[in-house]
Design a protein around this ligand. Structure first.
Ligand code: NAD
Ligand code: UDX
Length: 455
């Protein structure tokens, strides 16, 4: 029986360890965090994060071979394998502020592991980190004479929120980076053995440490680049009366391009894309590769442009003023099926509208609690209403900012009848039947499509 420890009980640590516990009953898995509230919630009826299909897996394994605790040091000493899944946000201070990864939580963890270890350990980087962080980790861990050996591996996580369980259950690949030494390869085999419980061998890729660390940043850079590319084209579509959905389909059928991740939107959000691409930009600058840095930084510029463009189109179409107009925001989470609002494009869009003195009513099935925190400084100008029908009464406009399934089947005629005329709808996710809305009487503005206006 081996003891696995995961430091960090967040969006990655919790679901990942629950899946390992389910698939590997002969391992004991403990997840620790300094956040007591989170640890308490993992053991309660209300998990600290909303993720479809997660609850049954936690219920199945909790207190059998999956445990949650705030005792970081005690659990380090017992562990054979330690996953580190702490947050690595963008640095907000000092050198590299606004781009580089803030490694303070990471480094504190390394020092705690060193202090409380009296036996050999495999330390697995689960967090997303700059390339060659494992080297720094090794230096810290080996700065002792305890006779303990630490082998550091990289095993980045590729799950997406909202589909975390599906992604963990059936990953496109599992990536494991380790040193080429005998102890490095033994450690890699230990980790492969865990995933081999449910992932087929050809999907478990083993590489050197630096390739593994870099591949995670590059995967997120390529994914977000695709979104910025199609969003850039959506601006051209609006100017030329082409339809971005038709263009996406036309290009996506080319098997070299592929059809996934080509949905034009109000811009990408989430805790990873912007942070990881900026982290890579910073690395390029550090290595003197300014042309490469500038190339990738454009992906973030385009994303900001897309959010701002959406707001500008709203204001322009509503006769150049939204002062005191009631605008209903349908969806605040950064994507559907999550309550997470980190870097949600809705934050910037709402802030811009509030600065224009619009009065907002925000609705979201899972993210209202986070929205209240994100928009704290504007709280007097905002109402929160879970029921979209109640929210829409006497509104001038609706803006769909998250692609929640339930927004597709609302009774838009009933809503229209309660709105102030002319009524506007801005579909930031292209999920609605625009012609039908136009026929009801709405003035319809969708991303990358010609406007459908009665005015
Ligand atoms: P999170 O903020 O939800 O969770 C991190 C947790 O680590 C927090 O609960 C925090 O309290 C805890 N923590 C910090 N320092 C600690 C310490 N010294 N001891 C114990 N606990 C400590 O973050 P997340 O979204 O789970 O992301 C974790 C890492 O995984 C990041 O590097 C992120 O880039 C990466 N990642 C995230 C996703 C995602 O979808 N969220 C996907 C892939 C990779
Ligand atoms: C992402 C990566 O997909 C995942 O592999 C990594 O581990 C973590 O970062 P996540 O941010 O959870 O996952 O969700 P994702 O589905 O990638 O969506 C990110 C953002 O892009 C969302 O705001 C989403 O709405 C937006 N998006 C996605 C688009 O605007 N258009 C698309 O076609 C796809």
């Amino acid at each position: 029986m081996k003891n696995i420890l995961c430091i960090g009980a967040g969006y990655v640590g919790g679901p990942t360890m629950a899946m390992i516990a389910k698939k590997c009953p002969e391992y004991t898995i403990t997840v620790v965090d300094i956040n007591e509230d989170r640890i308490q919630k993992w053991q309660s009826d209300t998990l600290p994060i909303y993720e479809p299909d997660l609850k049954p897996i936690v219920e199945e394994t909790l207190n059998k071979n999956l445990f949650f605790s705030t005792d970081v040091s005690g659990n380090i000493s017992k562990a054979d394998i330690i996953f580190v899944s702490v947050n690595t946000p963008t640095k907000t201070f000092g050198i590299g502020a606004g781009k580089a990864a803030d490694l303070q939580y990471w480094e504190k963890t390394a020092r705690q592991i060193l202090t409380h270890s009296n036996s050999n350990k495999i330390v697995v980087e689960k967090s997303t980190l700059p390339v060659r962080t494992a080297e720094a980790m090794e230096r810290i861990l080996n700065s002792h004479d305890k006779g303990v050996h630490f082998e550091v591996l990289s095993n980045p996580e590729f799950l997406a929120e909202g589909t975390a369980i599906r992604d963990l259950m059936n990953p496109d690949r599992v990536l494991i980076g380790g040193h080429n030494s005998k102890s490095g390869q033994e450690a890699v085999s230990e980790l492969v053995k865990i995933y081999a419980h449910w992932v087929s061998p050809e999907k478990i890729l083993t590489t050197n440490l630096w390739s593994s660390e870099l591949s995670k940043l590059v995967a997120n850079a390529f994914l977000s680049q695709r979104i910025s590319s199609i969003n850039a084209i959506s601006a051209l579509c609006e100017a030329t009366e082409a339809d971005v959905e038709e263009v996406s389909k036309a290009i996506g059928t080319d098997s070299r391009i592929g059809s996934k991740f080509l949905n034009a939107s109000i811009g990408f959000g989430g805790s990873c894309f912007q942070k990881d691409i900026l982290n890579m930009v910073y690395l390029c600058e550090y290595y003197g590769l300014s042309e490469v840095a500038n190339y990738w930084e454009q992906v973030v510029f385009m994303n900001n442009y897309q959010k701002q463009r959406f707001v500008t189109r709203m204001i322009k179409s509503m006769f150049n003023t939204v002062v005191d107009k009631k605008i209903v925001i349908l969806g605040f989470a950064f994507k559907a099926n999550t309550g997470d609002t980190r870097e949600s494009p809705a934050i910037d869009i709402c802030k811009q509208l509030l600065e224009e003195r619009a009065s907002l009513t925000i609705s979201d099935p899972k993210a209202v609690k986070n929205a209240k925190k994100d928009l704290e400084q504007f709280i007097d100008q905002i109402e929160f209403e879970l029921d979209p029908y109640t929210a829409a009464t006497n509104a001038h406009a609706l803006a769909i900012l998250t692609e929640w399934e339930e927004y597709k089947s609302l009774d838009y005629k009933k809503i229209f009848d309660t709105m102030i005329k002319p009524a506007f709808i801005f579909d930031g996710r292209n999920i609605l039947d625009h012609q039908k809305l136009f026929d009801i009487g709405y003035n319809v503005y969708a991303v990358g499509k010609p406007e459908l206006s009665h005015l």
